[in-house]
Design a protein around this ligand. Structure first.
Ligand code: ZN
Length: 255
C-alpha cells in the first residue's frame, strides 16, 4: 500500500514538473538588449567610463584610429582588458555616402583602421560609419573585416531581421530635450524597445556634449547620462532587459 502511494506521488511530481517546463509566452519572448557607444576618441571617454562604473555597466568606444597613439592606446587597451568593446570608426572620418568617395578609399579606411587599433593588442570586430550613413554599395566590404557594422541601412528597424552590417543607432544628443534636458523621449524609447524585444544601441560623443541646448549649454552633461543609466538600471534590476558592451550585445541578441 505504501509502495503504491509512493509511486503515485512520484507520478504526480514528474507530470507537474513536465508541465512546468513548457515555456511560457513571456520566457520565449526576445529580451531587449541595450548598448552605448561613444564615438571619435575624446579625452572625456575616461569620464564616460567612470560614470558607467557607478552603475556597474560598461560603455563601448568607437575610435578614429588616426587619433590613437601609444599614450591613448594604453587607456583603451586597459578598457579592452576589462571587457569593454573597442570599435573602429575609420582612419580619417570621411563621409562614406559621398558620391565622390570610391571603393578603394572605403576599403582602405575599413582595413587600416582595424589594423591601427589591433596593433596595440585590442581586437576589433565592430565598425561605426563616420557621419552615420554608409552607401549600400559598400556594405559587402565590411564583411571582409568586421563581424558587425553600424551603417544606418536598417530603415529604422532594431530587431533580428536587420543584417549585422546594416545596423542603426539611437542618438542621445538628438533625443534629449534641448529646452529642459528632459529624458522623457529617451525613457519612452527604452520602454518601447523592452516591449518589442529590440536591440537598441545608443550613441554619444564628447561629455559634456559639444552640441548645444537652447541656452547655449552642453546638450548632454554628466547628470543627463546618469539619469539615463539610472532609468535603465531599474529595468535591468527588474530583469526586463540587459545592458551590454556592443560585442556582447550583438552576439547575445543574434544567438
Ligand atoms: Zn564620428
Amino acid at each position: 500500500m505504501v509502495r503504491i502511494f509512493l509511486l503515485l506521488c512520484l507520478y504526480i511530481s514528474i507530470t507537474s514538473c513536465a508541465s512546468k517546463k513548457e515555456p511560457s509566452t513571456d520566457e520565449s519572448k526576445t529580451k531587449a538588449i541595450f548598448s552605448f557607444i561613444f564615438d571619435d576618441l575624446n579625452t572625456s571617454d575616461t569620464l564616460v567610463k567612470s560614470i558607467f562604473d557607478e552603475y556597474n555597466m560598461k560603455p563601448s568606444f568607437a575610435l578614429v584610429s588616426s587619433k590613437l597613439d601609444s599614450t591613448s592606446a594604453i587607456i583603451y587597451k586597459s578598457y579592452y582588458d576589462q571587457g569593454i568593446s573597442i570599435l573602429s570608426h575609420s582612419v580619417s572620418h570621411p563621409k562614406m555616402n559621398d558620391p565622390l568617395i570610391n571603393e578603394d578609399t572605403v576599403d582602405f579606411e575599413l582595413k587600416s583602421s582595424k589594423q591601427n587599433i589591433e596593433k596595440y593588442g585590442i581586437n576589433t570586430s565592430g565598425f561605426v560609419t563616420p557621419y552615420s550613413l554608409m552607401h549600400p554599395k559598400f556594405l559587402k566590404l565590411l564583411e571582409k573585416y568586421y563581424t558587425y557594422s553600424f551603417t544606418n541601412n536598417s530603415k529604422d528597424k532594431f530587431d533580428k531581421t536587420v543584417n549585422k552590417h546594416a545596423l542603426s543607432r539611437y542618438g542621445i544628443e538628438s533625443n534629449i530635450s534641448t529646452s529642459d534636458h528632459s529624458i522623457d523621449k529617451i525613457k519612452s524609447r527604452i520602454d518601447s524597445a523592452i516591449k518589442n524585444g529590440e536591440l537598441l544601441v545608443f550613441y554619444g560623443h564628447a561629455l559634456p556634449s559639444r552640441y548645444k541646448d537652447d541656452l547655449g549649454n552642453a546638450r548632454v552633461n554628466s547628470d543627463d547620462l546618469r539619469r539615463i543609466l539610472s532609468y535603465l538600471k531599474g529595468k535591468t534590476d527588474n530583469k526586463e532587459c540587459k545592458v551590454l558592451t556592443s560585442d556582447l550585445a550583438i552576439s547575445a541578441y543574434y544567438k
